[in-house]
Write a protein that binds this ligand. Sequence first.
Ligand SMILES: *Cc1c(COP(=O)(O)O)cnc(C)c1O
Length: 418
Amino acid sequence: MFLADGRYNFCGNVDVLEVIEEYGCPLYVYDYDIIKRQYNRLAKAFDGTSLKINYACKSLTNVNILRLIRQLGAGLDAVSIQEVKLGLHSGFLPDEILYTPNCVSFEEIEEAVGLGVKINIDNISILELFGQKYPDYPICVRINPHIMAGGNSKISTGHIDSKFGISMYQLPLVERIVKATGMLVEGLHMHTGSEILDSEVFLNGAEILFHAAKSFDQLTYLDFGSGFKVSYKDDGIETDIEDLGEKITKRFKAFREEYGKDLTLKFEPGKYLVSEAGYFFVKTNVVKQTTSTVFAGVDSGLNHLIRPMFYDAYHKILNVSKPQAKSRIYTVVGYICETDTFGINRKINEVQEGDILCFKNAGAYCYQMSSNYNSRFRPAEVLIYKGQSHIIRKRESFEDLLKNQVELPELTQATVEV
Ligand SMILES: *Cc1c(COP(=O)(O)O)cnc(C)c1O
């Protein structure tokens, strides 16, 4: 973690302050070695069975990341037609992409048929329509197992009143539609939400999927979605992948025997693969002491990293400019004209104006949720790969703010009458 002179060094052998010097701030930096470590750890935990990992690319869709993750052996989980197209552009074969839409138009689903990717259907009316129009196109069915899990209500997707999936109580209806239209169900899917800590929650869900699978005799895969939690606080509170791997592998093998056919076990992690690989660096513009609080105000805000405000997510904050300074308590805030607090009462090495702060776990749902709010530019993205830093997305510029605006000629005169 530290270089010999005390500076931080958490991206391979690259000095982060030099990287920031070169590319500027605010900056997202991704360390490929960590993505690889996470992929291999997951693959190893389930190596007793035929496993396919589909990367949930909504967490981080830079095409370089997609290409590297494909090289590791992963397929892709895409939730929009645009993600499907980014996947194809990055070299994924149609067969390696599972498209899992929710509440999209039927036209978008038809576009996916045209592209030849695997399609996961999560609604009865769509299933019916799809079966009538494309009875020969194999599909996956997303089941809602009615399990309440996940780090918070915005990322819990498998409970009873969630909008995702087809209720397991509607399975007889699914079977009737499948029979009537002659469609081929090759996969069953569930995704109960993010940040599940207990292996038992997975196992309960698994039983529901195994039970449902008995009603479909042409399955080739079962997809258990994701929900793997990684530690945000360095407190070790994370999904125990090895324990889960052992338990699921054992149960999956037994079910395969029972089912009588070879089945592939699929997972689709996003956060697990990329969260810890990402770092977000910002510069401290002001240190502001009030009667109650010491604020560190940085050159970023909810426009670049919204998880703390949107989900109350915790991102560890370090002062990379002062690795050896004594710590003090700060409330770290952004520069947006709205309360955008990154962290309250955090113990951080003494911050001076100009210091570079780092948010950890900034790989998943961070850059991807950024915006132009307050007409600020989105940050650049840098990849650390084979010991070198590479720019993989340019910082936005003023032209980008105007790019899609249509300027009416009659309003561009120097003086406008009011
Ligand atoms: C978001 C999502 C995932 C990934 O969830 P993580 O918590 O990032 O691992 C997987 N599958 C589906 C269908 C999703 O919507």
